[in-house]
Design a protein around this ligand. Structure first.
Ligand SMILES: [Mn+2]
Length: 241
């Protein structure tokens, strides 16, 4: 029965896009209940200001994730750049396992590297500097010690600022760096990589040390377009939802 492994990312769940939340909950209630595992590769939420935020749609999403893990589908999560503050409490409340920023899994006999994708965009130096800073324990403790309302305002401000910064950045800078891809895949000794983040869904064929390799880029979920990557013994399918 359980013969497929599902991969999704970049749902950017927010109260402003209830259709996307509905699609996700439907996936959790139906398809995912029959899966061997569900991997969410980051940016499930459009913002995450701390595990103590229960504003919609967070409560409903947590409830359905918990129901899914309780009925026997393991769910794995890699932080995105929007929801990197998802923490231990979220994990306890949902049964979702938090994975490292680079995680290698055995996918039907092939070692497969998983990551959100922001780490691969090494041409975006200001972002990488912010990422390093905001992933330090000190920065996170400081932010999470602030009252919820302040964090909410800060997140709004940060989003606005990031929107204007992005408009100035070239498309190339916000994509992955090919050299970084090669280095990372060599480092983790893998010839298959699955990530999201760039919102440029594709399956890229490449060569790593003379051997064929593949890079799967997951799609962003929108009101009228969403998809998942499904793997089984017989290969992969990219399916619209
Ligand atoms: Mn992202």
């Amino acid at each position: 029965m359980r013969n497929e492994t599902l991969f999704i990312s970049d749902l950017h769940l927010t109260i402003e896009r209830p259709e996307v939340t509905r699609k996700f909950i439907h996936l959790l209630k139906v398809r995912a209940t029959q899966a061997q595992a569900l991997y969410i590769l980051g940016d499930l939420f459009d913002t995450w200001i701390g595990d103590d935020d229960f504003s919609p749609p967070i409560k409903a999403v947590k409830k359905h994730l918990k129901a899914l893990t309780d009925q026997g589908t393991p769910v794995f999560y890699i932080h995105g750049n929007r929801d990197f503050l998802i923490g231990k409490l979220f994990s306890e409340q949902t049964g979702v396992t938090l994975l490292d920023e680079y995680s290698v899994i055995d996918l039907y006999g092939t070692s497969t590297l998983l990551t959100h994708g922001d780490l691969l965009c090494t041409d975006d130096l200001p972002y990488q500097a912010f990422r390093t800073k905001s992933h330090s324990a000190k920065w996170q403790e400081n932010v999470l010690s602030k009252p919820l309302i302040l964090r909410l305002l800060y997140a709004r401000w940060y989003r606005l600022r990031s929107y204007f910064h992005k408009r100035k950045k070239s498309q190339g800078i916000m994509d992955v760096n090919q050299q970084t891809i090669t280095q990372i895949m060599q480092k983790y000794q893998t010839r298959r990589l699955i990530h999201g983040h760039t919102h440029r869904p594709a399956v890229h064929d490449l060569k790593i040390q003379g051997q064929t390799a593949q890079r799967f880029v997951l799609a962003e979920w929108k009101k009228d377009s969403a998809s998942l990557l499904s793997w089984s013994e017989s290969g992969y399918k990219v399916e619209p939802i």
